[in-house]
Design a protein around this ligand. Structure first.
Ligand code: ADP
Ligand code: ASP
Ligand code: MG
Length: 406
């Protein structure tokens, strides 16, 4: 007998019919004699609708009220799945974040899970009851409902698996595993049997939304046995695993892209100690995640240009933060563009095999794609390019790095 956490995403619980199919899948696992905790997302599209409504009521809104609204989608699916399970003879009950409780910090909108109390859940699991737990939500220090950032149900599932000391955490979704690139954009993408935690982390932070970045970091930290597989078909999925010595075969194992990007250039900013600290300090204080940064010499003496990227959804707020500290920065001009996309190539072999940057830049040059900003980590190279070239860039890189399926 094992203890298993199964997470079903939005498409997998997108209709009542789909929820009934999920219930059958859960029942099959229960009948194998396992203890099962299920984590569910909201029905596909629901969270987007809830987010849109909060924006319609006020662009600058209280993040605690935002969470109250957007957490609602998961309340519906936990209840529906519990009913569907009960109707096919499976003992089950729903659990909202505050009922478990799943305690988080107070960073509403992108809260971090701090602790999960498992006593009540474990008692029920041991009686053979299925726990249907709402993903994406927790309860903050002031007893207010919190949410964990978009795609956060993955993190709920991994955190629950860690807290319950589960034997495995299965992420059941609308693809049958992790591919070398999003199969919806690269038809020649190949399914991976295994991927290392580090590569998955870089792909996720590069925009591959198949797993939320935080869920991968958490699984890595707690040694959770994590698997991505189809909720529609019974097929082997992709295991996310620790790196092994014989893994350094391909230079690149995956390509990710993100269109939620914006580029900001401050032209002829004061070239003096403390200026970057003031600029990026103010953005950090506003909770804006700066990703890529380049600084270049400006034509005027004592001046420099700084270009950086922020999430596209944060461009407006970033401009406001910069305008507020404009006196301290003394820049000549600010140029922004939301028409950019980030493309990242990822592979643990990059540590030992040179030439990835060369192939990447040559491939993009051949296609006439201009690179606007570059950033690297030990196992990743990212470039910012015009978003019109997204498909062309990822498909050409996929071919150039020998990733295309035969
Ligand atoms: P869920 O609702 O189940 O959480 P998501 O939509 O969040 O599902 O994530 C699954 C989607 O991730 C897939 O439909 C696919 O388009 C996308 N995706 C992006 N990159 C990859 C990748 N490298 N491998 C597989 N899927 C990917
Ligand atoms: N429903 C939430 C979202 O759409 C959480 C999730 O699906 O993981 O972001
Ligand atoms: Mg998701």
């Amino acid at each position: 007998m094992a203890r298993i956490v199964q997470k079903f995403g939005g498409t997998s619980v997108g209709t009542v019919e789909r929820i009934k199919i999920v219930a059958e899948k859960v029942k099959a696992t229960v009948e194998q004699g396992h203890q099962v905790a299920v984590v569910v997302s909201a029905m596909a599209g629901t969270t987007n609708q809830l987010v849109a409504w909060t924006k319609e009521c006020g662009i600058l809104h209280d993040a605690r009220e935002y969470d109250t609204v957007v957490a609602a989608g998961e309340q519906i699916t936990v209840g529906l799945l519990a009913i569907a399970l009960q109707n096919i003879g499976v003992d089950a009950r729903s659990w909202l974040g505050w009922q478990v409780p799943i305690y988080s910090d107070d960073t509403h909108g992108s809260a971090r899970i701090e602790r999960i109390e498992t006593e009540n859940l474990i008692a029920r699991l041991e009686q053979g009851q299925v726990a249907v737990v709402a993903g994406f939500q927790g309860v903050g220090p002031n007893q207010r409902i919190s949410t964990l950032g978009r795609g956060g149900s993955d993190t709920s599932a991994v955190a629950l698996a860690a807290a319950l000391d589960a034997d495995r955490c299965d992420i059941l979704t609308d693809v049958d595993g992790v591919y070398t690139c999003d199969p919806r954009v690269v038809p020649k993408a190949r399914k991976l049997d295994v991927i290392t935690f580090e590569e998955m982390l870089e792909l996720a932070s590069g925009g591959a939304k198949v797993l939320q970045t935080r869920s991968v970091a958490m699984a890595m930290r707690h040694g959770v046995k994590l698997q991505v597989l189809s909720s529609f078909e019974d097929l082997p999925g992709t295991m996310v695993i620790e790196e092994k010595p014989d893994m350094e075969k391909n230079k690149v194992n995956g390509i990710a892209f993100s269109v939620d990007e914006a580029k900001v250039t401050l032209v002829a900013i004061e070239d003096a100690p403390g200026v970057a600290a003031t600029l990026f300090g103010a953005l950090a204080d506003a909770n804006i995640n700066v990703d890529m940064i380049v600084q270049t010499a400006a034509s005027a003496p004592g001046k420099t240009d700084i270009t950086f990227s922020v999430p596209g959804s944060e461009l407006e707020r970033s401009q406001k933060v910069i305008a507020d500290i404009g006196d301290a920065l003394r820049y000549q001009d600010i140029i922004t563009s939301a028409d950019v996309c980030k493309v990242s190539v990822v592979g643990v072999a990059m540590r030992s095999q040179p030439g990835v940057a060369k192939t990447m830049f040559a491939t993009l040059a051949e296609k006439g794609i201009n690179i606007e900003v570059i950033s690297t980590s030990e196992i990743k190279i990212s470039v910012l390019i015009a978003s019109a070239y997204k498909e062309l860039a990822v498909r050409s890189l996929h071919t150039a790095f020998g990733l295309d399926v035969d």
